[in-house]
Design a protein around this ligand. Structure first.
Ligand code: ADP
Length: 171
């Protein structure tokens, strides 16, 4: 069974095998947690993202998929970049959000990363309603095989509270 821990804080401080970045399709940086990871990780992270764009991902990283780079100056060993879906009130894109978590953990497994930190994917600029984003996150990582240690690092008190509720209900 996947062990889930919730932390209220900044994912860039986490000493884990891999931190997951809620990136965008371009992989070339953005705001929110993406900006924070690139700022703290330094130019090596962006350089490796650029190399991915020039080689295996010329059209960028598709939504729901994941890819790893160095963690640069972060205390983590790897950054796993994934892209969550933008919230769409007219379409159910939950499966893509679940896929972002699942594919990130598949990449972690390939890397031999047993401790993984996630932000609340899609719950910021991409507008996913917080309670639902938390429920999908907890449900999805719970089921993953092989199990590893997952820490959700939640930046805002509101999102932290939503994950606490979801963990109490789903855990
Ligand atoms: P998305 O575009 O997938 O919605 P965002 O980065 O806009 O991604 O937001 C995702 C979540 O990450 C939000 O809950 C936001 O508050 C949070 N966040 C922003 N900075 C950090 C950080 N340094 N560590 C952890 N979470 C963060």
């Amino acid at each position: 069974m996947v062990a889930i821990t919730l932390v209220h804080g900044d994912i860039t401080t986490m000493r884990v095998d891999a931190v997951v970045n809620a990136a965008n399709n371009s992989l070339l940086g953005g705001g929110g947690v993406d900006g924070a990871i690139h700022r703290a990780g330094g130019p090596e992270v962006l350089a490796e993202c650029r190399r991915l764009r020039e080689t295996v991902l010329p059209d960028g990283l598709p939504t729901g998929e994941a890819v790893a780079t160095t963690a640069g100056r972060l205390p983590a060993h790897h950054v796993i970049h994934t892209v969550g879906p933008v919230w769409d009130p007219r379409a159910d894109r939950s499966e893509l959000l679940a896929s972002a978590y699942r594919q990130s953990l598949a990449v972690a497994d390939e890397l031999g990363a047993a401790t993984v930190a996630f932000p609340a994917i899609s719950a910021g600029a991409y507008g996913w309603p917080t309670a639902d984003a938390a429920r999908i996150a907890i449900r999805t990582v719970r089921e993953v095989d092989p199990p590893c240690d997952v820490t959700f690092v939640l930046f805002s008190p509101e999102v932290f509270a939503a994950f606490q509720t979801a963990l109490a209900e789903e855990g």
